[in-house]
Write a protein that binds this ligand. Structure first.
Ligand SMILES: NC(=O)C1=CN([C@@H]2O[C@H](COP(=O)(O)OP(=O)(O)OC[C@H]3O[C@@H](n4cnc5c(N)ncnc54)[C@H](OP(=O)(O)O)[C@@H]3O)[C@@H](O)[C@H]2O)C=CC1
Ligand SMILES: O=C(O)[C@@H]1CCC=N1
Length: 274
């Protein structure tokens, strides 16, 4: 029988994960999601056919896995609310909150719990997510396997041995879809400025991004070689790449990902002190 999974918080990240799980065949009857507002939950019920609850405690009573998917800033109060019920059953805890250390979360929930920290991303919704996972020492082999299966149902799942590596996962996967969406916006605007209708520019930019990612995934050649394959000497691509290199695009990505990882560390410091 499928494990009963309760999502505390049913926002962007939670709905991307349970939406992707259902899409990949996970039984919807085994999924419950919570929110303080039933108005918010109603469309999720009709769209996904999952159970919903406005009361977090009731929602975890029979859960085998509890996925904590509220904002990091309110996690402590949510844990205080759940602590007693969680301690009575001791389900596997999976947190997707950025920055929040597993040890802090376990303490907030009363201790002695199997906790997996996961840093997923929203393309999970279309089965193309990329997630990093870290297990505390109480997580059993079976629980690790279950978490792998759940996250593999919605994309790539990579385990890390050192919890601080989740900062890097946040920088290049958790937050990174937003970098690509920014590039899509910029390419669409560029296409429009150069004379294409906006909808056509968007389709071309998105298909090109999709094609480049598929090609890089299936090719034996490195991204550098694939890039060179597009650049005819003295041609158009060489000019464009030169502009991007001269503008310091590589360094900009290093700076952006450093800022992202630094913010994850700051959040860990702030939350870990509570
Ligand atoms: N978005 C992303 O790409 C990623 C997010 N994450 C992590 O996922 C977590 C959720 O982020 P995201 O989905 O973006 O945020 P959202 O705001 O979309 O979702 C959080 C949801 O939690 C609800 N909520 C608030 N209080 C409670 C409560 N007491 N009990 C149950 N639900 C509650 C909110 O409702 P209301 O709006 O009514 O307050 C909201 O619907 C964060 O910890 C974030 O760090 C991790 C990786 C990627
Ligand atoms: O921006 C954030 O804090 C969350 C975590 C990773 C993606 N979104």
């Amino acid at each position: 029988m499928a494990s009963q999974i309760t999502f505390i918080g049913a926002g962007n990240m939670a709905s991307a994960i349970f939406g992707g799980m259902i899409e990949s065949g996970y039984p919807r009857e085994a999924i419950t999601a919570t929110s303080p507002s039933d108005e918010f939950l109603a469309p999720l019920r009709s769209r996904y056919g999952i159970h919903t609850q406005t009361d977090n405690r009731t929602a975890v009573v029979n859960a085998d896995v509890v996925v904590l998917a509220v904002k990091p800033q309110i996690m402590q109060s949510v844990c205080a609310e759940l602590c007693e019920t969680i301690q009575a059953r001791k389900p596997l805890i999976v947190s997707v909150a950025a920055g929040l250390p597993a040890e802090t979360l376990e303490r907030w929930l009363g201790g002695d719990l199997a906790v997996i920290r996961c840093m997923p991303n929203t393309p999970a919704l279309v089965g193309a997510g990329a997630a990093g996972l870290f297990a505390n020492p109480r997580v059993t082999t079976d629980q690790r396997e279950l978490a792998t299966q759940l996250m593999q149902a919605v994309g790539l799942a990579e385990w890390v041995d050192d919890e601080t590596q989740l900062e890097a996962v946040t920088a290049i996967a958790g937050s990174a879809p937003a970098y690509f969406f920014l590039i899509f916006e910029a390419l669409e605007a560029a296409g429009t400025r150069l004379g294409l209708p906006a909808d056509s520019a968007r389709r071309l930019a998105l298909q090109t991004a999709y094609g480049a990612a598929c090609m890089a995934q299936h090719s034996d050649q490195s991204p550098d070689q694939l890039k060179r394959n597009v650049m005819s000497p003295g041609g158009t691509t060489e000019r464009a790449i030169q502009v991007l290199e001269d503008a310091g695009l590589r360094q900009t990505f290093l700076d952006a990902t450093d800022a992202c990882a630094k913010r994850a560390r700051e959040m860990a410091d702030e939350l870990g002190k509570r």
